[in-house]
Design a protein. Structure first.
Lengths: 317, 300
């Protein structure tokens, strides 16, 4: 019995080993050995395929490299070049345009959809499935299908627009309309995911709160404003942060639908990095831009965390 | 303040009268909700219908204005024609092979490391975990160039192995497993230790069976993620025989860029969508649950 107690305490690491034995044969030592062994397969892969590339990328930002020769150290030349690269500025703008239009509209629509689907009535499960279905289709396939839908002469969208007397734009072939076209397609693909998170959050709000509010004479709008929105804020926060991180790395649909065109109006940062690295073999320059992307994501997330305290229910940094 | 002053029976009466008064309001609200949801659904389903309908049309019906949803002549031969032009069975096989290996690898390495982080004490554990966590925000664009160089050095460019290897371990899965394992009470393991179990049998016989739901979630997410993956295969793979499904689709689209035979491209898209839909319907419970757990508990 006493022995068992000692063992249990030893497990939590609270008992100091007094006997003079080697560390690895002590209880704590055995546990440590097991800990390292369990970690080993994952750690090896993590070091080789995640951490090492990240570190190497940091190094490459200070170099000029074409993949074949040895990297040439150039200091901060890549960054000063970026300052004068109009195309880089354009892609940065495109990335922000996409991110800050697609994410707010998508989150708002997902929120409204979740509110509607959360009503207790028949058929909501079917609706849930329908709105979620685009999310599980291959992004590449979805992008190809939408490219056909946006086809100016024979596509579905312009046909539907013609029914109400509107002559549709040339969508993917028009530098003003290509980005909105991709934003619509991306939200069609992504809303279902955000909607599911909102739905789960809605189901976690206790019904008594609404009952109390009703007794107090709160209108539906007031209930939404003062119960639903604040209590859903953790879910909203999660959706916004992950969507921003995802959207700022947009690539697939841009590559498929427009290849970044027309006139670079839909070249995102990742697409530009891809082109620089694997079309023009400017590995150093591409790495520098990737570093900028990382900083953008980091700043966006940190700002979100900072303001979260003021609006996210129960948020602790 | 208001709630405090209301007596219980008054409160009940208010609720009942409110609900009776509200019944008509609710019906109207339900009808409006239905109208909005149904019209929204039409918009969401339309691309799928358009895809299937286009995939069944002969070419001359594709380039017709106004378009018809139901083809005059249903042409199933489009699917065979698509298959004849490109080896879709190879794309499917490659995608399946890569996704299965990656999923298996992730389940194995993440659950082991998750157990290590959640349950065992050793020097440096928390520091290592911190490093894992801090890499989760690094975009793939940062890693892809050195990763390609690494694969080049290992002579793994244009191989399926090169696609699989970087996917075998990940910070996200490790994080998910650790968080779940932290919620399992420790008494069971203590008892097992006293009974002379070693750490591996504790992991294998006690922890893993309890982790079944989170393993299922991780498996589905990883499989779908790998199945969808486009950028890394695009960088690494060049030969037709090593293409995964998204690459094959993209190649088909690029291959026929001029006067695109949309009926064939749509047939290819339909074929690529079907397996995922089947997997989703089979694993829907875990998938939805997974979104909920990763989405809501991720913030806590």
């Amino acid at each position: 019995m006493r022995n068992a107690i000692v063992v249990r305490e030893g497990l939590r690491g609270e008992v100091v080993e007094r006997r003079r034995r080697g560390f690895w044969s002590s209880l704590r030592g055995k546990q440590a050995l097991a800990g390292y062994l369990f970690l080993l397969p994952n750690l090896l892969g993590f070091l080789t395929f995640s951490l090492f590339p990240m570190a190497a990328s940091l190094f490459l930002t200070f170099t000029d490299w074409d993949l074949a020769s040895t990297p040439k150290l150039v200091g901060l030349a890549n960054f000063s070049r970026m300052m004068n690269d109009d195309l880089f500025r354009k892609t940065l703008f495109n990335t922000f345009y996409y991110t800050f239009v697609a994410v707010p509209t998508g989150v708002f629509m997902a929120f409204c959809l979740a509110l509607l689907i959360n009503r207790k009535m028949r058929g909501v499960l079917i609706f849930r499935l329908i709105y979620f279905l685009p999310n599980i289709t291959l992004m590449v396939a979805a992008a190809i299908v939408w490219q056909w839908i946006y086809q100016p002469e024979f596509g579905l969208v312009n046909y539907l627009l013609s029914l109400i007397g509107i002559e549709g734009p040339r969508w993917c072939y028009d530098s003003r309309w290509a980005m909105p076209a991709i934003i619509i397609m991306s939200n069609w693909h992504g809303i279902g995911y955000a909607m599911l998170i909102f739905l789960a959050g809605l189901q976690g709000i206790p019904a008594e709160l609404y009952e109390a509010a009703i007794v107090d004479g709160a209108s539906g709008w007031q209930q939404l404003r003062h119960i639903t929105v604040p209590l859903l804020s953790p879910a909203t926060f999660f959706v916004i942060v992950t969507s921003l991180i995802g959207a700022s790395q947009g690539f697939d649909q841009f590559y498929i639908m427009t290849h970044g065109g027309p006139a670079f109006s839909t070249t995102t940062l990742v697409l530009y990095i891809f082109n620089n690295g694997f079309q023009y073999f400017k590995m150093g320059y591409a790495s520098s831009m990737a570093a900028v992307l990382f900083v953008v994501i980091l700043v966006m997330t940190l700002v979100q965390m900072r303001v979260a305290k003021s609006w996210v229910y129960g948020f602790e940094a | 303040m208001g709630v405090v002053s209301v007596k219980p029976e008054e409160r009940g009466r208010a609720l009942i009268s409110f609900q009776m008064g509200k019944r008509r309001g609710k019906q109207i609200g339900d009808i409006l909700t239905w109208i909005v949801l149904v019209s929204g659904s039409v918009i969401f389903v339309l691309p799928f219908l358009w895809m299937v309908s286009s995939s069944l049309k002969p070419l001359r019906e594709i380039y017709v204005f106004p378009p018809r949803f139901i083809p005059e002549k249903i042409q199933l031969g489009n699917y065979i024609e698509t298959w004849r032009r490109l080896p879709f069975h190879i794309f499917f096989r490659n995608s399946f092979l890569v996704s299965t290996c990656v999923t298996g690898g992730i389940l194995f390495t993440s659950s082991l490391a998750g157990y290590s982080f959640a349950r065992l004490r050793y020097p440096g554990r928390d520091q290592i975990f911190l490093i894992y966590g801090s890499t989760m925000m690094v975009p793939f664009a940062v890693q892809m160039i050195p990763l390609f160089a690494l694969m080049n050095a290992l002579h793994l460019v244009d191989t399926l192995t090169g696609l699989i290897l970087p996917g075998l371990c990940g910070a996200w899965g490790t994080f998910l497993m650790r968080q779940f394992m932290l919620t399992i009470p420790g008494e069971l393991e203590d008892a097992a230790l006293i009974d002379g179990c070693n750490y591996f049998s504790i992991y294998w016989r006690i922890i893993l069976p309890l982790c079944r739901p989170v393993l299922a979630t991780l498996a589905i997410f990883t499989f779908m993620g790998s199945w969808n993956s486009f950028l890394w295969p695009l960088i690494l793979i060049s030969s037709m025989k090593n293409r995964t499904l998204p690459l094959g689709l993209a190649a088909f689209q690029a291959f026929v860029a001029l006067k695109t035979p949309w009926h064939l491209v749509m047939a290819a898209s339909v074929m690529s969508v079907i397996p995922v839909v089947v997997i989703f319907i089979l694993g829907q419970k875990y998938y939805v649950q997974g979104i909920v757990t990763t989405g809501l508990k991720g913030t806590a």
